[in-house]
Design a protein around this ligand. Structure first.
Ligand code: NAD
Length: 253
């Protein structure tokens, strides 16, 4: 099965990859819906990802900031899955990478910003929900660690949140367009480490297939696309991607 996927990667004109939280679990960041997922273990944590709860409930904001401030960013590094995708780009075999992840690890691993769509934003920045002013996340976290439980915008006093798309928030139209263009323009789409249930991103494999692309699904668990994919690889994102990229490297000599 992997040999066939390697053939498809080598032969495709445009390869698009769609990643989800499963690509970063090996870096120590839990996904939401996997067996050790944040929401699987702690269903009430789902509230922390809702924009309505964030805006209306100061307790939700305080908890979101406390959880974020407790993380040591230097302990979170890319894993073999991120590095394999960066190498695939270097080999000229990855044209667009759309990620639902907000952790910035694809950039850390060396994926080029022009080939990356962070469709759900980034947790490396914070933005004011009123005036849109952005600042580095670390600058806000320093204020939280110094005692500000619910930091406000310096400029307008508005609520500040990580520059990520929470449930109930609209996606950035330009990023959504880039992701859509990647799906329409590819002839091979590979999804990795995503449950493919969060819309509108979960539409992208269907969009790619309707435009004529092959679809490969790599995930630890079943996804709603398994029945219609050209290949389904059940396994660990890092191991499977490393094996595919090694095969591509060999084939390209
Ligand atoms: P999800 O939690 O819905 O699904 C993750 C999938 O990955 C699961 O099906 C799980 O079985 C699989 N998985 C976990 N570890 C794996 C591994 N090592 N190898 C292969 N598969 C593995 O995640 P999603 O589909 O990305 O959607 C959740 C939303 O949550 C996204 O919108 C994303 O923005 C956000 N999120 C991001 C992060 C992050 O930035 N790292 C973490 C959690 C959630």
């Amino acid at each position: 099965m992997l040999d066939e996927v390697v053939d498809w990667v080598v032969e495709a004109e445009q390869v698009a990859v769609l990643t989800g939280a499963g690509v970063s679990t090996a870096s120590g960041i839990p996904d939401f819906r996997g067996p050790n997922g944040l929401w699987t273990r702690e269903p009430e944590a789902e509230r922390l990802s809702s924009i309505d709860a964030y805006v209306s409930d100061p307790e939700v904001r305080r908890e979101a900031w406390q959880r974020r401030a407790a993380i040591d960013p230097s302990a979170i590094r890319p894993n073999p899955a991120h590095y394999a995708l960066a190498e695939l780009e270097q080999l000229g075999r990855l044209h667009m990478l759309v990620t639902q992840n907000v952790d910035g690890l694809h950039l850390d691993a060396g994926t080029s910003p022009e080939r990356l769509v962070e469709i759900h934003g980034t947790a490396r920045a914070a933005a004011c929900l009123s005036c849109g002013d952005r600042q580095p996340m670390e600058a806000v976290l320093e204020r939280v660690r110094a005692g500000e439980a619910d930091p406000r915008c310096d400029g307008c006093g508005g609520l500040v949140k990580s520059a990520t798309i929470s449930f109930g928030q609209a996606l950035e139209p330009t990023e959504l367009q880039r992701a859509h263009d990647a799906a329409v323009g590819c002839d091979l789409m590979i999804t990795v480490g995503t449950s493919l249930v969060v819309y509108p991103v979960a539409m992208l494999p269907q969009t790619a297939q309707e435009a004529g692309a092959r679809l490969v699904v790599i995930n630890a668990e079943e996804t709603p696309y398994d029945g219609r994919a050209d290949a389904v690889v059940r396994g660990d994102a890092g191991e499977v991607l490393t094996a595919i990229v090694a095969g591509v490297r060999d084939r390209l000599g």
